[in-house]
Design a protein around this ligand. Structure first.
Ligand code: DGT
Ligand code: CA
Ligand code: CA
Ligand code: ZN
Length: 593
């Protein structure tokens, strides 16, 4: 079995923890953490890169030591220094560290001094006073340990962005209502970078009386627990068990603060190194001239980056990967925006499993100022989704063609057709040929092995009627694993056949995921940002899909449904082998980063 990037990242993460327990150098620990973050976000497979003879040291944060360990892991399946660290560790210490708030030092203390090596045993040791009697612990610290143990299930998992963003917006709205003195208020951290899952929600803002905002936050009805309540920082746990960190600063230095708390930590580390070389140092209050000690303040991020001679780096790109080089060399992309989209190509009505009639969905597309939309109800193979039989699909095509006369938006007849287990499609070819847009998706037999699934998807892409592959991996964030398939082979086949790939904006899907979309863009595969709406309100979910496209460094020219109506129609009306040419010509002038 090849070792994938996530497994390699996890190994470095583990090594950082193990080194920290050994009291190793903080620089070494950081280097491992940084490598883990970087590897997690790479758009290409390290296994493949090594195979292709790539020098891993060209990857930011990967030096000789890390590169050697990656090679050792890929060729032997383990890393000897990691194995050695593991054997030296007292039993159970890693389990104790899984408790939030318990770091390596405390875990070692409990294991060595109390012989405690499970969470249950630690709880017992708290209850009978043994934890409180440890050196430097005391009753207060022991109570904190008890609290951490109780909070375990909630804080253990990351929250999908859809849920985190609505909670953040609800809290933001409530704070605005309660506090007339509230100035700016932004999400920061992973939420502002549109990561697919969120550890905790960070909010940063400005106010004449900062303590007023903190007070308001702690007294909102959805707040379950107050962790920190200070003059400029307040941390709470909101109702479904999500931590919210609020920081309030001064308007004239807000740029540095927003930048600092937006992260990512990797991006900030690289930016700080860059600033140090200019004789400057960065912190959340501003930029300090190291010679004179003078601190400059910045009201916004644009002026903050400008002081470093850099263009504004969009938060979605702040991963500490390639964005710094691109910024320095003036090669940052002009990222696609929501308003660049001119159509939605994945919409359901109440003819299948949607909740609204066809005309409500058309009106929803009109309300987004779209030039075109495709109605794509399910095919009949999906008994559960009330899929359309051949007859009902023919009937729907008639209905849509008649409705067209009432609207100026182009109403495209489509279907979300099931890709059967053997790669054939759920409608006969004659019927498929009558459709303007065919979104082909996998909804069944998801447990197939990688080879079978890859062949299945590639067979669908080879079909002349298939315009787009929908939600390629079928994953559901936090509840269903992606199907197994050979990503590179599928992306190549998409390009070779002229099949577009969907970025599904439903926040529980986000499929393609960012790193796959990144790779698809590099290969020149036409990408589509669709919402897969089952209700008229769903079309606004496009912001999530656009964020994925932005994290993939996409400019408007990389996204098929930014094309004006005539060019888009010319794309779907061309025979598939010619579509790549149409797409390339239509998006000419948009540089690739
Ligand atoms: P999350 O919450 O795990 O989804 O990820 P973030 O990026 O939101 O992380 P969080 O909430 O711990 O911190 C928010 C930002 O604040 C982070 O992206 C960078 C900045 N930050 C926080 N702690 C540190 C730190 O110890 N060092 C540095 N350089 N930056 C930090
Ligand atoms: Ca956070
Ligand atoms: Ca935080
Ligand atoms: Zn679907």
């Amino acid at each position: 079995m090849p070792v994938n990037n996530d497994e390699i990242a996890q190994l470095f993460e583990d090594m950082a923890v193990l080194l920290e327990m050994n009291g190793d150098s903080v620089f070494k620990i950081r280097a491992y953490q940084r490598a883990a973050r970087t590897i997690e976000n790479l758009s290409f497979s390290l296994d493949k890169a090594v195979h292709d003879g790539t020098d891993l040291k060209t990857i930011p944060g990967v030096g000789k030591a890390i590169s050697d360990k990656i090679r050792e892991l890929l060729s032997t399946g383990q890393v000897s220094t990691h194995q050695k660290l593991l054997t030296e560790l007292p039993e159970g210490v890693l389990d104790l560290m899984a408790i939030p708030g318990i770091g390596p030092k405390s875990a070692m203390l409990f294991a060595q001094e109390l012989g405690v090596n499970t969470v249950e045993a630690l709880e017992a040791a708290v209850n009978d006073g043994r934890v409180a009697s440890l050196p430097r612990m005391g009753k207060k610290a022991a109570d904190a340990v008890a609290r951490h143990i109780r909070s375990m299930p909630a804080k253990d998992q990351r929250t999908p962005i859809g849920q985190a963003l609505s909670l953040a917006e609800e809290i933001g709205g409530a704070l605005r209502q309660e506090c007339p003195g509230l100035g700016q208020l932004f999400p920061a951290g992973s939420l502002r970078r549109w990561e697919e899952t969120i550890g905790d929600i960070d909010l940063v803002g400005t106010a004449a009386q900062p303590e007023q905002i903190g007070n308001a936050l702690t007294s909102l009805p959805i707040i379950r627990e107050v962790l920190v309540h200070g003059p400029s920082k307040t941390s709470v746990v909101a109702e479904p068990g999500i931590q919210v960190d609020l920081r309030i600063g001064e308007p004239d230095s807000f740029g540095a603060m927003l930048q600092y708390f937006t992260g990512s930590q990797q991006h900030n580390l690289r930016l700080r190194d860059y600033a140090n070389h200019m004789g400057l140092s960065l912190n959340e209050y501003g930029i300090t001239d190291l010679k004179t000690g003078k601190v400059e303040r910045f009201p916004d991020e644009v002026s903050f980056y400008a002081r470093l001679g850099l263009p504004y780096v969009p938060p979605e790109l702040r991963l500490g990967l390639w964005e710094m080089e691109a910024a320095i060399e003036g090669r940052l992309p002009s990222l696609v925006q929501e308003t660049d989209l001119r159509g939605d190509l994945h919409l359901h009505s109440d003819w299948s499993d949607g909740q609204d009639p066809i005309e409500v969905m058309i009106q929803a597309a009109v309300d987004q100022n779209y030039e075109y939309m495709a109605l794509t109800d399910h095919s009949s193979g999906l008994g559960i989704a009330n899929g359309l039989s051949n007859e009902r699909l023919s009937q729907q095509i008639q209905v849509l063609r008649t409705l067209q006369s009432k609207y100026s938006i182009a109403i495209l007849c489509g279907s979300e057709v099931d890709i059967r287990a053997d790669g054939t499609l759920d409608y006969p070819d004659e019927l498929l040929a009558q459709l303007d847009v065919v979104v082909a998706s996998v909804h069944s037999a998801m447990g197939q092995d990688s080879q079978t699934m890859t062949a299945r998807i590639m067979k669908a892409m080879a079909h002349p009627a298939v315009t787009i592959i929908g939600h390629l991996s079928t994953r559901l964030l936090g509840s269903r694993q992606p199907v197994e398939f050979d990503v590179d082979a599928v992306l190549q086949a998409a390009r070779d056949t002229g099949t577009a790939l969907e970025i599904n904006s439903a926040p529980e899907r986000l499929d393609l995921k960012d790193t796959h979309a990144y790779r698809a863009r590099e290969l020149g595969v036409p990408l589509v940002v669709s919402t897969d709406s089952h209700h008229h309100s769903g079309l606004t979910n496009r912001r999530f899909g656009v964020a994925v496209a932005r994290r993939a460094w996409c400019e408007p020219g990389h996204i098929l449904n930014t094309l004006p109506r005539d060019q888009f129609l010319s794309f779907i009306r061309s025979p598939k082998p010619e579509r790549m040419g149409v797409f390339a010509a239509a998006s000419k002038g948009e540089g690739s980063p």
